[in-house]
Ligand binder design. Structure first.
Ligand code: HEM
Length: 505
């Protein structure tokens, strides 16, 4: 019989030998591209940096050291060249689909965000796109307005409690976006702002109810899914099924999905004639159209998870970043206030969207913040078709993962001079406008670009105008940079602010 020592030696040989052999054989000819650390041999480099929540920065530094094309996993090339954005993601890149990474992060049913099939995506996108058209999102304004009112109340109380010492705005902003998306999608807020915490009821598929912390469940679940996504499908699926099913990350992911299940079941109890005008009503109406694909319960849960995920953390990150940038740039804050103040009639605390949507400086502040701190800063993984593709002038072999790191493009000094500075004025600079329009792509581009963009602008414009009309905002620690923590999204760290009421109505 083989001794333990020999077995371990064989396992080590296998674990090290196979990647080295694969590297030397170089069947796809990827060895000519420089690699970041040990990334040409193993995905552990990516996983390690994702675990530290700084993979976007590790990739950015690798590009600075090694050039515009870097191998970040054995079968994954990152392109830090603006043109590659269009070669990979645009409508013209019809054969480049979402990468196998999305198989690993998906649950048993696919959502519009993680399906890799073009046909399935077209069907799903048709179902939800209508809900997020400019006309569609106007119907959710009441949900947003109501939630901004509660956020302002909370900020009044936090100011009264903490005064000059300030408070950490990050969790409050995240509670705000959870409440807003709950109302928009299910016609019912989570009431986190009212309760002062993010405890909510979740429900297992079997109907057992339990309490969870929503934000930790979401972030823990996303980080777990994302991390094993970098492993590649087969190994990831095997590990999920046989080893990691009882891990902390898997439990957090299940808790997050159970939040959706509970909301869906509550929503299903509301009779149609009393139903609110929410995304759910529209989704169900589309489901009922003659000849429509009828989504089974698991698919509805997947869609709901996708909306709670995509429509929540991204806006929370954007709003926190805006508070940070405008608190740090007092001149920009003053200018913004001078532009938004006139649209608030006496006694109005939350302005109608119609009154602020054309304020150019407000939009410039939002766009500049989305450039400097993109809420999704990673390179979104795609895969080349079997016949290969030409990307940034290079012929890339088939079935190779490819991506463009949004964070790095947004900080490219050749496109955006002084890229780390928050400068809303750059959006009116004739010289910079073409590059901004073409290469500042926080919502991505092409057929898989964000479907919730109109809702994002509505929520951000109403919230930012109302917050800065009511408060003067300063940083408690003006010298500290706001941290960025990468899960799949790039979330801000803690943001300590002092707020002082400007109007008392
Ligand atoms: C500032 C806010 C937002 C940003 C920066 C943002 C960014 C993005 C990005 C970069 C993608 C592409 C993801 C990928 O390729 O894997 C995406 C997709 C998506 N987003 Fe957003 N998003 C925001 C807000 C929203 C909102 C409010 C919703 C809806 C409630 C939403 C729903 C979606 C959905 C469903 C997809 C998948 C689209 C598809 O594949 O067809 N997003 N978003």
């Amino acid at each position: 019989m083989l001794s333990i020592g020999i077995l371990l030696a064989l396992a080590a040989l296998f674990a090290v030998g196979i990647p080295i052999a694969r590297y030397l054989v170089d069947a796809k000819g990827l060895r000519k591209y420089p690699s970041a650390g040990i990334s040409a041999f193993t995905s552990l480099w990516s996983m390690w940096h994702n675990r530290r929540m700084k993979r976007f920065m590790a990739i950015h530094k690798a590009h600075e050291r090694l050039g515009p094309i870097v191998r970040v996993e054995p079968n994954h090339l990152s392109f830090n060249t603006p043109e590659a954005f269009y070669d990979i993601y645009s409508h013209a890149a019809t054969n480049i689909l979402k990468d196998v990474y999305y198989d690993a992060i998906a649950g048993p049913f696919r959502s519009s965000g993680n399906t890799r099939s073009r046909e399935e995506h077209t069907r799903k996108r048709r179902t939800i796109a209508n809900s997020f058209s400019p006309k569609g999102v106007a119907e959710y304004e009441a949900s947003v307005t109501k939630t901004v009112h509660i956020l302002l109340d909370r900020f009044d109380e936090l100011h009264a409690q903490h005064g000059e010492s300030g408070f950490n705005a990050t969790p409050w902003i995240h509670m705000f976006t959870w409440d807003a998306i709950g109302d928009v999608v299910f016609g019912e807020s989570f009431n986190f702002l009212e309760n002062g915490n993010d405890t909510c009821v979740a429900e297992t598929p079997e109907g057992q109810q339990h309490e969870v912390q929503a934000i930790a469940s979401f972030l823990g679940g996303v980080q777990y899914a994302n991390n094993i996504g970098y492993l590649g499908t087969d190994l990831a699926k095997w590990l999920k099924k046989n080893v990691l099913y009882c891990s902390y990350g898997a439990k957090m992911g299940a808790n997050f999905s159970n939040i959706s299940i509970h909301k869906i079941r509550r929503r299903q109890e509301i009779p149609e004639e009393a139903a609110p005008q929410d995304v759910w009503s529209r989704m169900i109406a589309a489901n009922k159209k003659p000849g429509a694909h009828v989504m089974p319960f698991g698919e509805l849960v997947a869609e709901s998870n996708s909306l709670l995920n995509a429509g929540n953390d991204t806006i929370g990150s954007s709003l926190t970043s805006l508070l940070y940038h405008l608190a740090r740039n007092q001149e920009a804050q003053k200018k913004l206030q001078s532009e938004v103040d006139p649209v608030f009639l006496p006694g109005v605390r939350v302005c109608p969207y119609n009154d602020v949507k054309d304020i150019q400086y407000l939009r410039n502040c939002i766009d500049e913040s989305l450039r400097e701190r993109p809420p999704v800063g990673i390179g979104l993984p795609r895969i080349t078709p079997p016949e290969g593709s030409v990307i940034a002038g290079q012929r890339i072999p088939g079935n190779t993962s490819v991506s463009v790191p949004t964070w790095s493009i947004h900080h490219n000094p050749a496109l955006f001079p002084d890229p780390y500075a928050f400068k809303p004025e750059r959006w009116t600079d004739e010289k910079q406008i073409p590059a901004l329009r073409k290469f500042c792509l926080p919502f991505s581009t092409g057929g898989r670009a964000c479907v919730g963009r109109n809702l994002a602008y509505l929520e951000l414009e109403v919230a930012v105008a109302s917050i800065f009309h009511r408060f003067h905002v300063e940083l408690v620690y003006p010298d500290d940079e706001l941290d960025t923590l990468e899960w799949f999204n790039s979330s801000p760290g803690d943001l300590f602010v002092k707020i002082t009421p400007r109007v008392t109505a």
